[in-house]
Design a protein around this ligand. Structure first.
Ligand SMILES: Nc1ncnc2c1ncn2[C@@H]1O[C@H](COP(=O)(O)OP(=O)(O)OP(=O)(O)O)[C@@H](O)[C@H]1O
Ligand SMILES: Nc1nc2c(ncn2[C@@H]2O[C@H](COP(=O)(O)O)[C@@H](O)[C@H]2O)c(=O)[nH]1
Length: 399
């Protein structure tokens, strides 16, 4: 028990008075883990608006710029850093909303250790702290032309506030009506290959001669919006998601016959004859793999569209439910720069001093870390955040 110290800029000067070439500009914190000191924030690289990371190794005397994975937090006026479980550093950003105040820099987690094998430099990985749990994503697979996209579009139209689409990356060219960032993130092969190497993707596969992949970010932004994520991916991708830490529901869509599948692909008119032939060849293999034991929990036959859509709703527990209203937006509270951060058990206490609170000059926010799940390269979810009301005998209220 007892309070762990918060680290501020002053510590940095003491730490590095021996003249090592650490880039320092703006707010920085230092966190010591064994021989390494993690210097977070304040690099003077004008090209980036995100918080930088440098590592000072005491035993070798070297300063390293590590490979940084995951979505990086935006620069802020200042932040506090606190070591958690020897494998990650909690960053509390000043002057930020509760939605953006907690970030985790993973320095020695399982994910970082795995990624360390791919890189010759040190590796660290960011993950944003997010409140509450995300609902299980839904993986929908099936051969090209079976109607996955059509079913998903119907679901999103009827339940716009409940479901969000995971926008995949692909190296294939856009079709006439497809928009970048909406239907896919259309990308170059070399860029996507590098991003795969950087651990950005939850899964990826070569499908009909092109690369396709689901980035961790694509799934997380849907959950951040409070929606349930739908992934339209091929069977190889579904297999990879099954093997990953992402817990999902797996649905396979079959055509009523091979002839009907061919007809739908042709009638859609989006592929050349050569591409249609390739997709049909792959469809035979996919239809077989779709039956693999333990892969898909639900198999739907898309013969009549309305009937299949009703079956899909039933599988998702939505039969008899028509549409939904939007969820109320959560309250936003600014965390002022003037604060101190300490840790007691699994609770981080953020004591804020605010000029606006004239009489009662302090307010206490608490980040409860006892139910954390997930982590880099996506989000660390399960964060619980509340404030203690200074005017009401310490009554807790959700923010
Ligand atoms: N039950 C159905 N009956 C008849 N036509 C259908 C049915 N479902 C979908 N279609 C049509 O079949 C075509 C292919 O559907 P869709 O594009 O949704 O397939 P998909 O599985 O998403 O394909 P891909 O994997 O290539 O993206 C579309 O023209 C669509 O309108
Ligand atoms: N493994 C993945 N497969 C994906 C992803 N996004 C789409 N797909 C699958 O590719 C085929 C072809 O799609 P099309 O848009 O070119 O017709 C289809 O089966 C999709 O399900 C992905 O991110 N990963």
């Amino acid at each position: 028990m007892g309070e762990a110290p918060a680290f501020f800029l002053d510590d940095l000067d003491r730490e590095f008075s021996n003249g090592f070439a650490l880039k320092s500009k703006g707010s920085q914190t230092t966190t010591v883990i064994g021989d390494k000191t993690y210097v977070i924030g304040g690099t003077d690289d004008e090209s980036t608006s995100t918080i930088g990371v440098q590592i000072f190794n005491r035993s070798t005397g070297e300063v390293t710029i590590p490979t940084v994975l995951g979505t990086k937090p935006k620069q802020c006026k200042d932040h506090s850093a606190m070591l958690l479980n020897e494998d990650r550093i909690l960053i509390v950003k000043g002057d930020s909303t509760p939605e953006d105040c907690a970030w985790f820099l993973e320095v020695d987690t399982k994910f970082v250790k795995q990624q360390q094998n791919n890189f010759e430099t040190e590796v660290v990985a960011w993950s944003k702290g997010a409140r509450g749990d995300a609902e299980k994503p839904i993986v929908i697979s099936g051969p090209s032309g079976v109607g996955k996209g059509t079913l998903i579009a119907k679901l999103m139209e009827e339940f716009p506030f409940m479901f969000g689409f995971s926008v995949s990356h692909t190296t294939r060219s856009p079709r006439e009506k497809e928009k970048d960032g909406v239907h896919y993130h259309f990308t170059d092969r070399s860029v996507m290959e590098n991003e795969i190497k950087d651990g950005k993707f939850l899964e990826f596969a070569s499908v009909h001669g092109n690369l396709y992949g689901t980035s961790a970010e694509a799934v997380e932004v849907v959950a951040d919006a409070g929606k349930r994520c739908i992934l339209d991916i091929d069977v190889q991708g579904a297999r990879s998601v099954r093997a990953s830490s992402l817990k999902a529901i797996f649905i396979f869509v079959c055509p009523p016959s091979f002839e009907e599948l061919e007809k739908r692909l042709r009638d859609r008119g989006t592929e050349t004859e050569e591409q249609i032939q390739k997709r049909l060849r792959n469809a035979r293999a996919e239809l077989q793999q779709g039956q693999s034991p333990g892969l898909f929990e639900h198999i739907l036959v898309n013969d009549d569209l309305e009937t299949c859509y009703e079956s899909l709703k039933k599988v998702l527990g939505l039969d008899g439910i028509a549409g939904t209203t939007p969820k109320p937006m959560p309250n936003f509270v600014d965390l002022p720069v003037d604060r101190s951060v300490s840790k007691i058990d699994q609770k981080i206490r953020i004591n804020c001093r605010s000029a606006e609170l004239e009489n009662a000059s302090e307010q206490l926010f608490v980040l409860d870390l006892s139910s954390l799940k997930g982590g880099a390269p996506g989000r660390t979810r399960g964060l619980n955040m509340y404030a203690i009301d200074p005017f009401a005998n310490g009554i807790k209220y959700e923010i």
